[in-house]
Write a protein that binds this ligand. Structure first.
Ligand SMILES: [Zn+2]
Length: 602
């Protein structure tokens, strides 16, 4: 029996009222797998129930921080954080997290300030070991971009961004972070979120070589780990630049702060400045706890789901039941494979909200399906939805930019329509051999695009579903969102390039639910209460260790000018830092995680 749940998800989701806007993400606080953190060989997925920091610390590669005497001079503090930085590199050396960089080139708009003029998207796995081995999910990659000029880009004929360059700043210096290459100057104490830090300026010594870190580091004052780096590299090699970066780490495992977010920005729009290049970029790192995607490994990981006994009644399946079980198997295979590749968040908080919205659509349309509709979050930024069997998948980026619940309902209704219309009955993925591929070729091996006729039918059905739903009165907002998307569609080609599902727009024109675009008032930047679309990063935060996604809770911030709206734009990161296991006032830590917290980690 489904119940009518009127949208109290609104409290979570529509916290952006007309005059308010979300800020960038805050700190993920869910509990990572402590054991796997310091015992890289530990089986992933093993729960840290009994394996708390005590057992973990005994195998910590670097000396256990709390066992060492507290430094008494700033020189000792410097020695300690240098040592901790090397300890982190060692602890992370066999991790291969997912790295995503989304970059927007900027141009000056007299009314809106710097606005996106084009965009670029990179997704890959990063080998945290010393040798840089770049693996990309994306089909077409310019091999020429893979050079040793990490952290920079070539200036030859056109600006070429180095995909891995943006993640280079996970460490200050991979090889020579020491006193013989750098000078360290203590500046002051400062809080970052809940964490008190010591701030140091770091400058390379003369003749210490090219591409040395130059900037500032924040060091937490308990175990003396670097929690933030801000600066650039110098001097730059010939014909290339190093860009500026602000790199943040999160205390997701006991004793270590792991690289999570990097914001990069270049460009000066002051009067008289001739800007040659201007961009801003967000780099996100997640999937630390994923298994290393090594070929042999891939094959041994494939599990054939034969253990489950589905036959509660000891009967043979009828042909129709067999068909449905077969489809279920295909769906389960795909969802499991995408999760294992680090592309889907495990089922969690955000899904409850998505499912409530789907439920609202189903109940008001009297939809009864033989199998329940499930939802999952795709962890990537490009705006896309797709569905596999009865599972609707929506990307993190799309949830981020949607202004309200009605708009969320609209994008979900299209996928629900595919399910209702029986468009998702393909079952070729029920054969397990089709799941045998390496993580980085996921996009080559899976795809859920529909033919144009099915797309049109799904849109038509979606509008019918919406018109019968509680969202019927709020379709003006959906219209506004589509207008905002249309206004930026040409410039945001990479954000609108989907990898698994059908695109929302092609060649700069909205396809999805285009009939709703005429709804609502005209787009007007001067109307400060008209928020048609949000910046990226304001809604969903992902725990980089275990990939769990949850809704961000930020206090509303008043919009004071058209420049504050920043629809679909990249903004700096300002995560609220907290220590492992600590709960903050803004904490969204589930009760179970809080109960597991280790006092020793504080
Ligand atoms: Zn579709």
């Amino acid at each position: 029996m489904r119940t009518w749940k009127w949208m109290f998800t609104a409290a979570l989701l529509v916290s952006v009222s007309a005059a308010a806007q979300q800020q960038s993400e805050s700190q993920p606080l869910t509990q990572p797998d402590a054991a796997a953190a310091v015992q890289p060989s530990a089986a992933p997925g093993s729960q840290p129930a009994g394996s708390d920091s005590q057992s973990a610390k005994s195998t910590t590669p670097a000396p256990t921080p709390s066992a060492l005497p507290q430094p008494t001079t700033m020189d000792q503090v410097v020695d300690r954080f240098i040592e901790r930085e090397h300890g982190l590199m060692k602890a992370m050396a066999n991790r291969t997290p997912v790295v995503e960089t989304y970059l927007q080139n900027l141009t000056a708009d007299p009314q809106l300030g710097p606005v996106p003029s084009a965009d670029h998207y990179f997704l890959g796995r990063m080998d945290m070991g010393e040798s840089i081995d770049r693996k990309d999910y994306l089909k077409e990659q310019d091999k020429g971009m893979e050079t040793r000029l990490m952290g920079g880009f070539n200036k030859l004929f056109k600006v070429q961004y180095q995909p891995l360059g943006f993640s280079w700043m996970v460490y200050a210096d991979r090889t020579d972070f020491d006193r013989s290459h750098y000078d360290f100057h203590y500046i002051r104490r400062e809080f970052l979120g809940d964490v008190r830090c010591l701030v140091f300026d770091v400058t390379p010594k003369k003749n210490s070589g090219r591409g040395r870190f130059q900037g500032r580091v924040w060091v937490e004052d308990q175990d003396y780990n670097i929690v933030r780096l801000n600066g650039t590299y110098a001097p730059a090699p010939k014909n290339s630049y190093f860009f500026h970066m602000d790199s943040w780490r999160l205390n997701l495992i006991p004793g270590y702060w792991v690289p999570a977010y990097i914001y990069s920005e270049e460009g000066d729009f002051s009067a008289g400045v001739k800007n040659k290049m201007a961009f801003k970029a967000q780099t996100r790192i997640w999937g630390y706890d994923l298994k290393k995607g090594d070929k042999d490994d891939e094959l041994t990981q494939i599990r054939v789901d034969s253990v489950k006994d589905e036959s509660s009644a000891a009967q043979d399946a009828s042909p129709l039941q067999a068909e449905r079980q077969w489809q279920q198997q295909a769906e389960d295979n795909v969802i499991e494979r995408l999760t294992r590749a680090g592309l889907l968040a495990p089922e969690g908080d955000v899904d409850h909200i998505l499912q409530t919205v789907v439920n609202n659509l189903e109940v008001t349309n009297n939809i009864e399906l033989p199998r329940p509709v499930r939802t999952r979050v795709l962890l990537t930024a490009p705006l896309e939805t797709f569905s596999v069997g009865n599972t609707i998948v929506i990307s993190r980026g799309l949830v981020d930019v949607l202004p309200d619940e009605a708009s969320l309902a609209a994008v979900l209704s299209h996928e629900l329509a595919h399910i209702v219309l029986g468009h998702n009955l393909g079952s070729k993925y029920a054969f397990n051999d089709r799941m045998l591929f390496s993580d980085d070729s996921t996009y080559n091996n899976l795809g859920f695009k529909h033919i144009p006729e099915e797309e049109a039918a799904a849109d038509k059905k979606a509008i019918e579903l919406l018109n019968n739903s509680p969202y019927a009165q709020k379709l003006d907002n959906v219209g506004l969102f589509l207008k905002a998307l249309q206004a930026r569609a040409t410039q945001l080609n990479a954000l609108l390039t989907t990898h698994l599902g059908n695109p929302l727009a092609t060649n700069g024109t909205i396809d999805r639910l285009a009939a709703l675009e005429s709804k609502g008032p005209a787009l007007d930047n001067n109307k400060l209460d008209q928020v048609a679309a949000l910046p990226l990063g304001g809604r969903v935060k992902v725990n980089p260790w275990d990939d769990k996604a949850e809704m961000v809770k930020t206090a509303p911030v008043a919009i004071t000018s058209a420049r504050d709206k920043m629809p679909f734009e990249v903004t700096p990161f300002y995560p609220r830092l907290a220590r492992y296991g600590a709960s903050t006032t803004q904490s969204t830590t589930p009760a179970t995680a809080a109960a597991n917290s280790t006092p020793g980690a504080n």
